[in-house]
Design a protein around this ligand. Structure first.
Ligand code: 13P
Ligand code: SF4
Length: 300
């Protein structure tokens, strides 16, 4: 009987599909993907893909972005209930109201948001390009949604802007504390600290490097350090250990994003067999959300 991996290989060929997976996905899912990366990298691949079907392993906002950038293609989210909790912390209506309070401000939205919220933004950003996106805008007042930690980090890097921060956050990164890092630092005093900008300020203040998941690989590979304390989600361990076998990585045990772990090999097989569940968004939302996403891509 064919293994799940074999089934995926043959179904993928049959369906002319490409499989994208985020860096936090389960190791076995990362291993069968055509591309593994961060939100920005995967959006770029999705926007340039010539495959008939895009299977997006990760969370739903990522699959939605792929659909918005490829409105004519079938985009499949193998686990349609794998929703990032931060994405529901800022609604389209709230953005419309915020604009009334801060007239003339530009709305910059983290891609960890719903398609309907994106439709109300001026430009999107990811953790990889947020500083660049904000600094390139002509407006001084910036409403930054929904991640308060990423917003505060951007504010610290672009002091010329008046950043109006939302109160959203990632529950996984928010739960990483200064104490967690100092405990690991005590055990591994020579380790460098690498943190995702979704972490709180007290954690970021302890970091040697603050960056998106994909940039973490470049940093670790080029760093002279041999040990790293990783203030991010534990799914990163898989690629880090594979690509840097001579280095050691220490994670915070509770930094686990359960929605990122929902997609399994079985769900990918089911998705390829059924060509679904397909991401379906209404035309108007897609058209309006495409502008802020494309603007971000053009700014890269
Ligand atoms: P990256 O774009 O850095 O991969 O981050 C996505 C995310 O959801 C982090 O929690
Ligand atoms: Fe959302 Fe946080 Fe999970 Fe990333 S790690 S998908 S921000 S809940």
């Amino acid at each position: 009987m064919a293994s799940l991996n074999e089934k995926i290989v043959s179904l993928k060929k049959e369906r002319k599909a490409v499989i994208l997976a985020h860096n936090y996905c389960l190791p076995e899912v990362q291993d069968i993907a055509d591309h593994v990366g961060d939100s920005l990298g995967l959006s770029l691949i999705a926007s340039e893909s010539d495959a008939d079907i895009i299977v997006f392993c990760g969370v739903t906002f990522m699959a939605e972005s792929a659909k918005i950038l490829n409105p004519k293609k079938k985009v499949i989210a193998p686990e349609p209930y794998a929703t990032c909790p931060m994405a529901s912390m800022c609604t389209a209506e709230q953005i419309i109201d915020a604009r009334k309070c801060y007239r003339g401000a530009s709305v910059v939205g983290y891609v960890n948001s719903s398609a309907s919220s994106k439709a109300e933004m001026d430009v999107c950003c990811t953790s990889s390009n947020a500083v660049g996106v904000v600094s390139s805008l002509k407006e001084k007042d910036i409403i930054f949604v929904p991640d308060m930690n990423l917003g505060a980090y951007v504010a610290s890097q672009v002091p010329s802007k008046n950043m109006i921060l939302w109160s959203g956050y990632c529950p996984i990164h928010q739960a990483i504390t200064e104490q967690n890092i100092s405990d690991l630092k005590e055990k591994y005093p020579n380790a460098s600290v690498v943190a995702h900008p979704e972490c709180r300020k007290d954690v970021l203040d302890m970091a040697d490097m603050i960056c998106s998941t994909e940039k973490m690989f470049n940093y670790v590979k080029t760093s002279d350090s041999k040990e790293f304390i990783m203030a991010t989600e534990i799914g990163m361990r898989h690629r880090l250990s594979k690509e840097c076998p001579d280095k050691k990585f220490y994670f915070i045990d509770h930094a686990l994003c359960s929605v990122m772990k929902m997609t399994s090999l079985s769900s990918v097989v089911r998705a390829l067999e059924n060509i679904g569940p397909e991401v379906i968004l209404d035309e108007d939302t897609m058209r309006r959300a495409e502008g802020p996403l494309r603007k971000m891509i053009e700014m890269k």
